[in-house]
Design a binder for this molecule. Structure first.
Ligand code: C2O
Length: 536
C-alpha cells in the first residue's frame, strides 16, 4: 500500500459564471477542486493550509475513518476548525473501500465551492466486477449563486426565513450551453464510437436532489456510494446531495453531439417549480463543430414515480467477493422523525423562525468538538439522552397539521454499544410540509432495507424488508411524506455525525450524532489524536 500526499491551499479565486464574477473560496484556485486518487488500503495525507478569513474544515465523505474520527472533518463534531493562517494534516487509511467518494468543506456553507472527487481504485490487479471501461470520468454536479453564498445564508438566519435559492446548477463547475449566459459553453465529454466509459457522478449540490440523463444514451448503474450494485440499465438516474453513482455509458452512436442534463427533483407540494437544468455535451470525436446538439427533455421536477422506480431498482451486488453483510439480529431499534418546525424568535419578522429537527430536537452546535469532549471526558458539552423514538404523536402523512411544531434545542447524542446492531427508521413528518431529506451518516455504511410512502407501520412493513441484497450506502433519500429504514453495525468507535445533506436543513438543525463507546479491546477505542489537531 502506498502513501498519497496532497497539499490543499485554501485560497480565494475570482471566478465568473452566468456573466458575473465574484471571489470564491477554493482549493488551490480550482473549482471544482482537485480530484484525489488512491487505491483501496492506501494511506492518504492531505495538508490543508488555510489562507482565507473563514474557519475551514474538510470532510472525506464516505470514508469510514475506522477509529479515526480525527480525520473525519465536520467542524465542532470531530475537530475544531482550521483557523485563518493555520494548517492541519488529514491522515487516513482507506480500509476495505473502493469506488467514487468525494470531499467537501464541512463548515458554514463553504462547500458550495469547496468540493472535489475522491476516487478510490481497487487494489492493484483486482478487476472491477464489470467490463473494464475505455476511460473513467468524474462528473460532479453542483449549484451556483451569483451573490456571496455566506451572505445568503447569514441573512436568512437573521430574518428567520428561507434563503434565496441558487441561480444555476452546474456540471463540472459550469451551468452549460443552455444556461441564460452560455458563452462559456460548459463541460464537454469527448467519446469514440463503440467504447464504454465509466462516469463517476457526484451530487455536490447544496440543496437539490437531481436527475441526470444523456440524450439517446442508456446508463448502466454499477455502483453507488462506493459499493458495487447489481448492474441495471436506465435512461435517468436520481442522485441526492452527498450521494455518488457510477454508471457505464456505451458510445453506441457513430457521430454527433448529445446533451447531458442535470435537473432538480422536488416533490414537496410547497416547493416552487424552479427548473434550472445544468447541461453539458457528449460529443463523438470528429463530429463537425457545426453539428447541432441532440437535446433531451429533463423529467418534470415532481416526477415521484420515476424517482421511486429508480431507487427501488438499486440492489447490492452481493457476490461471493462482495457479500452484503446485513445485520439480521437488531440490538437498537430506533425511529427518528425528520421534519421542519418553528421556534419563537423575538428579532424575526414573523416572531418565529424555521428550524429543522430529528425527534423534535433541533441540534445545537457545541463550542468544542464532540469527539474531544468524548475522548477527554469533558463534561457539559453534550448529553447522551437523544430520544430513540418519537416523543409525540404525529400525522406522518402531512394531511393534517400537527400541533406540536415547536421543537426543543439540545446537543443530545445517542449512545451505541461497540459492535451493536442498529435499525433506524427515518420518517418524514411534514410538520410544515413534507419534503425529501437525504440523510447522511458519517463513519458507517448502512443497508437500506426498506422504504415507503406515508406512515411507517412497525407491524407490517418490516415483513417486507429486503435483508438479502439491499443497497449499501452512506446517504439515504428519505422520501417526501414517507420513510426509509436502514441497518448498520456500530463497529467504529467515536462520535459520528448524522444530518440531512440539504445544507439548508442542516443549518436549521436537522442533525444529531451517535457516540460509539470506547471498548476495552485494542480495536474498540478511538486512536490517539494527532499532535496538530486544531484548537478551538
Ligand atoms: Cu458530505 Cu456531513 O457530509
Amino acid at each position: 500500500c502506498l502513501e498519497r500526499h496532497y497539499k490543499f491551499n485554501v485560497v480565494l479565486k475570482k471566478t465568473s459564471r452566468l456573466c458575473s464574477s465574484k471571489p470564491i473560496v477554493t482549493i488551490n484556485g480550482k473549482y471544482p477542486g482537485p480530484t484525489i486518487y488512491a487505491r483501496e488500503d492506501d494511506t492518504v495525507l492531505v495538508k490543508v493550509v488555510n489562507h482565507v478569513k473563514y474557519n475551514v474544515s474538510i470532510h472525506w465523505h464516505g470514508i469510514r475513518q475506522l477509529r479515526n474520527g480525527w480525520a473525519d472533518g465536520p467542524a465542532y463534531i470531530t475537530q475544531c476548525p482550521i483557523q485563518p493562517g493555520q494548517q492541519y494534516v488529514y491522515n487516513f487509511t482507506v480500509t476495505g473501500q473502493r469506488g467514487t467518494l468525494w470531499w467537501h468543506a464541512h463548515i458554514l456553507w463553504l462547500r458550495a465551492t469547496v468540493y472535489g472527487a475522491l476516487v478510490v481504485l481497487p487494489k492493484l490487479g483486482v478487476p472491477y466486477p464489470f467490463p473494464t471501461p475505455k476511460k473513467e470520468v468524474v462528473v460532479i454536479l453542483g449549484e451556483w449563486w451569483k451573490s456571496d453564498v455566506e451572505a445568503v445564508i447569514n441573512e436568512a438566519l437573521k430574518s428567520g426565513a428561507a434563503p434565496n435559492v441558487s441561480d444555476a446548477h452546474t456540471i463540472n463547475g459550469y451551468p452549460g450551453p443552455l444556461s441564460l449566459c452560455s458563452s462559456q459553453g460548459g463541460y464537454k465529454l469527448p467519446v469514440l464510437p463503440g467504447h464504454t466509459y465509466l462516469l463517476r457522478i457526484i451530487n455536490a449540490a447544496l440543496n437539490d436532489e437531481l436527475f441526470f440523463k444523456v440524450a439517446n444514451h442508456k446508463l448502466t448503474v454499477v455502483e453507488v456510494d462506493a459499493v458495487y450494485t447489481k448492474p441495471f440499465e436506465t435512461t435517468t438516474i436520481l442522485i441526492a446531495p452527498g450521494q455518488t453513482t457510477n454508471v457505464l455509458l456505451t458510445a453506441d452512436r457513430s457521430t454527433g453531439k448529445y446533451l447531458v442534463a442535470a435537473s432538480p427533483f422536488m416533490d414537496s407540494p410547497t416547493v416552487a417549480v424552479d427548473n434550472k437544468t445544468a447541461t453539458a455535451t457528449l460529443h463523438y470525436r470528429g463530429s463537425l463543430a457545426s453539428t447541432s446538439t441532440i437535446l433531451t427533455v429533463p423529467p418534470p421536477q415532481n416526477a415521484t414515480r420515476l424517482a421511486t422506480k429508480f431507487t427501488k431498482s438499486l440492489r447490492s451486488l452481493n457476490s461471493v467477493t462482495y457479500p452484503a453483510k446485513v445485520p439480521l439480529k437488531i440490538d437498537h431499534s430506533l425511529m427518528f422523525t425528520v421534519s421542519l418546525g418553528l421556534q419563537t424568535c423575538a428579532s424575526c419578522a414573523n416572531g418565529n423562525r424555521v428550524v429543522a429537527d430529528l425527534n423534535n430536537v433541533t441540534f445545537v452546535m457545541p463550542k468544542i468538538s464532540l469527539l474531544q469532549a468524548h475522548v477527554f471526558n469533558i463534561s457539559g458539552v453534550f448529553t447522551d439522552d437523544f430520544p430513540g423514538n418519537p416523543l409525540m404523536p404525529y400525522n406522518y402523512t402531512g394531511a393534517q397539521q400537527p400541533t406540536n411544531m415547536l421543537t426543543m434545542k439540545g446537543t443530545r447524542l445517542y449512545r451505541l454499544a461497540y459492535n451493536s446492531t442498529v435499525q433506524l427508521v427515518l420518517q418524514d413528518t411534514g410538520m410544515i410540509a413534507p419534503e425529501n431529506h437525504p440523510v447522511h451518516l458519517h463513519g458507517f455504511n448502512f443497508f437500506e432495507v426498506g422504504r415507503g410512502l406515508g406512515n411507517f407501520n412497525p407491524k407490517t412493513d418490516p415483513r417486507r424488508f429486503n435483508l438479502i441484497d439491499p443497497v449499501e450506502r452512506n446517504t439515504v433519500g428519505v422520501p417526501s411524506g414517507g420513510w426509509a429504514a436502514i441497518r448498520f453495525r456500530a463497529d467504529n468507535p467515536g462520535v459520528w455525525f448524522m444530518h440531512c445533506h440539504l445544507e439548508l436543513h442542516t443549518t436549521w438543525g436537522l442533525k444529531m450524532a451517535f457516540v460509539v463507546d470506547n471498548g476495552k479491546g485494542p480495536n474498540e477505542s478511538v486512536l490517539p489524536p494527532p499532535s496538530d489537531l486544531p484548537k478551538c
